[in-house]
Write a protein that binds this ligand. Structure first.
Ligand SMILES: [Zn+2]
Length: 281
């Protein structure tokens, strides 16, 4: 099996550059193959003993490639519906407290958690995310992370393989509500819209969309025509320097969302900052 890791490398670039592996990661969206590639890349990186993980040639990488690494573990599915049962989760939690055999890190891979993990199993799994054991990496995959419990999502680092241009209507509507709150100088509208960003994935998607509108607004204010109603309102109501500050703030918010911060606090902070930049004298 030959892996194309270019997309996975890009996806995990901030983990790799910071050299700090999180305790738990959720890979969502994309095709099954893309998710598998990302899982392979990350699990190998975690066990690799070479200098540039995954080196592909060390003992750990070779074993991982053959699916025979003793520190990479995937719970068995049970029942006719192929679920990860509560018992399987408990087993996994017990196992995670035992130190790894060959590698420095133990890796647990849970596939298709949006389909295979019933709520009761997710709740059982929550326990280990609250106090993750040392030297352990949990990798979860899901086609649609929105089907997962928000308590799980707030404790894992989510990586999305979705394409930038498949903006869905729900995301666009939330982004338009936020822009509306900003340009109408309505604190209530803005608060109401940002309060809906309680899920990490939605938060990032919506704020990216808000940034796009702001950029369009900026391009109108420098003379470009032909844009959305929202972008025109931005250009009309806000100075260029304010729009730039709002774009910078949005990027900062997306970076913060990638860290394990409380989503309610984050959206409240963002609402306050949007207001401060748009309204201040
Ligand atoms: Zn290696």
């Amino acid at each position: 099996m030959v892996n194309d890791f270019s997309k996975a490398k890009e996806l995990f670039s901030n983990i790799l550059s910071s050299n700090r592996m999180p305790h738990a990661v959720l890979i969502e969206g994309g095709s099954k193959e893309e998710r598998q590639n990302a899982v392979d890349f990350l699990s190998k990186s975690a066990v690799c003993s070479g200098t540039t993980p995954p080196c592909g040639v060390c003992k750990n990488c070779v074993k991982a490639q053959k699916n025979s690494h003793p520190d990479i573990y995937t719970p068995k599915l049970s029942g006719k519906t192929n679920i990860i049962s509560v018992e399987a989760v408990r087993e996994l939690i017990k196992d995670s407290s035992i130190i790894p055999n060959d590698a420095d890190t133990k890796v647990f891979i849970l596939y298709d958690t949006d389909k295979c993990m019933p709520e009761i199993s997710q709740n059982a799994f929550l326990k280990v995310l609250e106090e993750p054991p040392q030297k352990t990496l949990f990798i979860l995959t899901a086609e649609n992370s929105k089907k997962m419990l928000s308590t799980i999502l707030s404790r894992v680092q989510v990586f999305s393989l979705k394409n930038e241009d498949d903006t869905n209507e729900e995301i666009d509507e939330l982004a338009r509500d936020i822009i509306n709150g900003i340009v109408s100088l309505s604190e209530d509208k803005l608060l109401f819209a940002t309060a809906k960003l309680n899920n990490r994935v939605i938060f990032k998607d919506v704020i990216k969309r808000v940034s796009e509108y702001l950029r369009q607004g900026l391009s109108i204010s420098v003379g470009n025509k032909n844009s959305s109603k929202e972008a025109q309102a931005i250009a009309k109501k806000l100075t260029k320097s304010r729009i730039i500050s709002l774009i910078e703030l949005s990027s900062k918010a997306i970076i913060r969302a990638d860290r394990n911060v409380n989503m309610t606090l984050l959206s409240t902070w963002l609402c306050g900052e949007y207001r401060r930049i748009s309204w201040q004298r």
